[in-house]
Design a protein around this ligand. Structure first.
Ligand SMILES: NC(=O)c1ccc[n+]([C@@H]2O[C@H](COP(=O)([O-])OP(=O)(O)OC[C@H]3O[C@@H](n4cnc5c(N)ncnc54)[C@H](OP(=O)(O)O)[C@@H]3O)[C@@H](O)[C@H]2O)c1
Length: 318
């Protein structure tokens, strides 16, 4: 009866967090206070909330931040157990220093969890408006950064038979926008799949988080629109003419409108999935985070392209 009660509480909690109970989902590992987790991109958004959440649960968290301010704010909001570290995932030397720091922290225990969360979205927009470096700027953080961090931390993860949690997106299943973002998330999906199969031999489990749309830095309409204006300003006049005088304004208006409707403010739906991947005895391979991911975007990605193209086109027209 007690077990039934625990499972039914877990079911209610999971439903509230946009997740669906699967048999065996509620069995958790113990000994959080002896487990070390390293997270990238903790200045804001999912990474920041996850760092605070795991700290409260008693985990030994090392939070990689991009800025001094992000690190100081996080340190002020958490227990002395949580350590912050400046890490730029596009800089191999910076990752190497993080590995050395974490190695000293974990000792013989090894690293239980690596969460590849750092990411950027801009530039996103019509591919024709971009140069090659607009693609690589995003790929360097969201894909090459994930690969570099993972490869450098693997020896510590093998020691603990730990977990890798990679943050992809529903945009790693459906390319809804141009630029490096969707490419990077498709790459994260592919990298994680091959890593999971190879690392099974060492007892390392790899989970992929596929969030829908949430209100954070990467979905900031101001940021995206400011960057679209920059791209437009660099276009030759004949290309601008081919789109027409009102195209940019219409594009930004539609983007702002749909982002406002689509983005959920409840980012705990995502951190719940990340936490589950780190604490469940049987973590899932993929976590669709948010109702929009589960019931709209992911099912849409399985439909024939002509159907998904039509639906996406209708949505873009508003
Ligand atoms: N929000 C969504 O709807 C959504 C949906 C699907 C997937 N995601 C993914 O979720 C992850 C977290 O994003 P978020 O939504 O929480 O947005 P966010 O608040 O902007 O978080 C991303 C974090 O990564 C940091 N970062 C950027 N470049 C970095 C670098 N070179 N090295 C280390 N850190 C870097 C950012 O720092 P600065 O702020 O200082 O630049 C920021 O703290 C990203 O991988 C994103 O692609 C988000």
């Amino acid at each position: 009866k007690q077990k039934y009660l625990v499972i039914s509480c877990a079911a209610r909690y999971q439903l509230a967090h946009g997740s669906v109970l699967v048999s065996g989902d509620s069995y958790r590992i113990g000994g959080f206070s002896q487990k070390h987790v390293f997270i990238t991109g903790c200045d804001s958004g999912f990474g920041n909330l996850l760092a605070r959440q795991l700290d409260q649960k008693g985990f030994r968290v090392t939070a990689g931040c991009l800025t001094e301010k992000g690190a100081a704010d996080l340190a002020a909001a958490t227990s002395p157990r949580l350590k912050t570290l400046l890490v730029d995932v596009t800089d191999s030397a910076s990752i190497r220093s993080a590995v050395e720091f974490v190695k000293r922290e974990v000792g013989e225990r090894g690293l239980w969890g690596l969460v590849n969360n750092a990411g950027r979205s801009v530039p996103i927009g019509p591919p024709e408006w971009m140069h090659l470096e607009d693609f690589t700027k995003v790929l360097d953080v969201n894909l090459i950064g994930v690969i570099d961090v993972t490869l450098q931390f693997l020896p510590l993860l093998k020691k603990a038979k730990g977990r890798v949690v990679n943050v992809a997106s529903i945009l790693g299943r459906l390319s809804l926008t141009g630029g490096g973002y969707c490419l990077s998330k498709w790459g994260v999906e592919a990298f994680s799949d091959s890593l999971r199969r190879d690392m099974q031999h060492f007892g390392i489990k790899v989970s992929i988080i596929e969030p829908g749309f949430f209100k954070t830095g990467v979905t900031s309409v101001d940021l995206i629109n400011a960057d679209l204006k920059r791209l437009w300003a660099y276009l030759p006049q004949d290309v601008k003419d081919s789109y027409g005088a009102t195209y940019l304004d219409d594009y930004m208006r539609m983007q702002g409108f749909s982002m406002n409707i689509l983005c959920s403010p409840d980012i705990s739906k995502v951190t719940w999935c990340m936490e589950h991947a780190l604490t469940a005895q049987h973590p899932r391979t993929r976590y669709g985070a948010g109702w929009d991911a589960k019931f709209f975007w992911i099912p849409l990605s399985y439909l024939p392209s002509f159907v998904s193209d039509f639906i996406v086109h209708m949505l873009a027209k508003g």
